[in-house]
Design a protein around this ligand. Structure first.
Ligand code: HXC
Length: 282
């Protein structure tokens, strides 16, 4: 899907702020993550997007390469984030072809609505494997490059230049949500993983943060959770009277990866228009 600039980022950022930087993103051909990566490319980064579907991942990567003259974008399909070796090979290829990995977005996720009674043991485990193991595998495969980004040492200047990772989480687990026990458990684990990375790798110059999107238009998650005949009443119930746009998530990503976000680590940036406070999330 080709997007116009205003659809994936706002107009406030300065061109070139991510020149010579490389972003590696799992789930990178998906609706939310592709907007995050598009914004990074627009502002100077080269990118490697990872997906399970080869055709879709390569097509989106080719389209992303047209965002900025000279942009280098690699699409690596047939990668299952449950398989560490797949991710390790992808990270190696990214670093070899693009020179480094400075920013990581761990965005791949799996979800469906099911009650605890309906959830088989394997169904629960599948979401743990995709979300928690997938996030851990992504971190583990890219960590050698992230600690190298910025020199693998404590950065004492005001603007830290080390590697940065963002895990894409959710708000479901803040209050609990029916039919989402599996995802809620997984996202709570991911939030915890990010905190550990922030503390353990801060001394190596890294930052680690969570972005928790609320309801975002045109995503698979929202399509499944919000029937179209319920939409008008739903919008009326929201504090800001609207649902989110992928641009909202991309802008938050740019902030956290930019120099402006250099002192922000171990945090969760909830980008949901305060949705979860009203309804428990989504
Ligand atoms: C109950 C289900 C189910 C359903 C699958 N299962 N769908 N159980 N209700 N709707 C069960 C299967 O029966 C099986 O258990 C087990 O889960 C594994 O299913 P597979 O199809 O074999 O797994 P796989 O092919 O790996 O697919 C994984 C998936 C699939 C998660 C089930 O939906 C997927 O790949 N999704 C990726 C894309 C996606 O979901 N994107 C949305 C992310 S949105 P048994 O016992 O039969 O073997 C998101 C935001 C969260 O994450 C917050 C917003 C709400």
């Amino acid at each position: 899907m080709t997007l116009a600039k205003h659809e994936y980022m706002s107009d406030v950022w300065k061109d070139g702020i991510f020149n010579n930087k490389v972003v590696f993103c799992t789930g990178g051909a998906g609706t939310i993550c592709s907007a995050q990566v598009r914004a990074m490319i627009h502002l100077g980064a080269n990118a490697c997007i990872i997906g399970r579907n080869v055709e879709k991942t390569e097509r989106v990567a080719q389209e992303m390469a047209t965002i900025r003259p000279g942009a280098k974008v690699i699409g690596i399909g047939a990668v299952d984030v449950r398989k560490f070796d797949d991710l390790k090979a992808a990270a190696e290829r990214c670093a070899k072809e693009l020179g480094s990995i400075d920013f990581v977005i761990a965005g791949a996720a799996g979800n469906f609505l099911a009650s605890i009674e309906q959830l088989s043991i394997n169904a629960f485990k599948t979401v743990m494997d995709i979300d928690i193991m997938g996030s851990y595998n992504t971190l583990k495969a890219t960590l050698p490059y992230l600690v190298e980004s910025g020199g693998n040492h404590r950065v004492d200047s005001e603007t830290r230049t080390g590697g940065r990772i963002i895990f894409v989480s959710a708000t479901l687990h803040y209050r609990g949500m029916p039919f989402q026990a599996h995802v809620s458990v997984a996202k709570a684990g991911i939030d915890s993983l990010s905190n550990s990375v922030a503390i353990e790798y801060g001394p190596r110059g890294m930052t680690s943060n969570i972005i928790s999107p609320g309801p975002i238009a045109q995503t698979e998650g929202l399509e499944r959770l919000l029937p179209s005949d319920a939409k008008a009443a739903y919008l009326k119930s929201q504090p800001l009277g609207r649902i989110g746009h992928v641009r909202d998530i991309a802008d938050a990503t740019v902030y956290l990866f930019s120099d402006s976000g250099s002192y922000v680590t171990g945090q969760t940036l909830v980008v949901d228009g305060s949705n979860w406070r009203m309804s428990g999330g989504i």
